[in-house]
Design a protein around this ligand. Sequence first.
Ligand SMILES: C[S@@+](CC[C@H](N)C(=O)[O-])C[C@H]1O[C@@H](n2cnc3c(N)ncnc32)[C@H](O)[C@@H]1O
Length: 225
Amino acid sequence: MFLFIINFLLHSLNGFRILDVGCGDCYFLKKIKQKYPLSILHGIDIIYNSKCKCDGIDHIIYDGTHWPKNLGKFSTIFCMNVMYHITDKANLINHFLHALDENGTIIITTKSNKNLQNLERIHTKACELLRLDPNIKGNLVSEFCSENSQIILSKILRGTGKRIKQKFNLCSTIIASNKEELKKYFSSCYRYSINRSDYKRITEKLIDDYDIFVDYHIEQVIVIG
Ligand SMILES: C[S@@+](CC[C@H](N)C(=O)[O-])C[C@H]1O[C@@H](n2cnc3c(N)ncnc32)[C@H](O)[C@@H]1O
């Protein structure tokens, strides 16, 4: 999905100001930096991640509700695989609209409800195995999935002058047939606010439970402008 966005959607963005909300470990921003070195890149998240340290990427931590002051305006705001963690989506999108240039673009991504349910199951199982408090998962509000993202976003965008301009559903199949591949897969689908050492223990425990693992994914990219 990241490659699709960088190679297909971002052609015209070199030198522009980009904000990635819920940037995680800044993997996506680093990829943009490689391809479009003149871009001005900002990432914000509610969790500090030391991997984000990178020349040319401004990384800010905030409380998830109150928008950071003096963040400025952006030509593109990304919010990828984050909306299903957010209870008050209208509040977050209003912040995006205030922080967006007049002709700016918002790009939101989400997954199919089936994939979200699968992640929920993996998480619940991991919590059982490790006897972790299930509340550490944060908010996973799976109503925001590819099946009903359009209805939710159209309601929030009504009267704002912005609308959904394009929508892509990308399919991919992931097959892991050995422990190393499986470990990579679980690491890449980390979707919860669990600290790094707990997460490492979770993946190690889960790997013992599978021989072969197949996951069919639908990732949705929504372009708002
Ligand atoms: C599933 S990860 C996605 C990371 C990255 N965007 C990606 O697609 O790989 C969700 C991220 O959203 C962050 N997050 C959760 N609630 C948030 C909020 N209210 N504002 C910003 N980020 C938030 C989490 O800390 C986590 O880094």
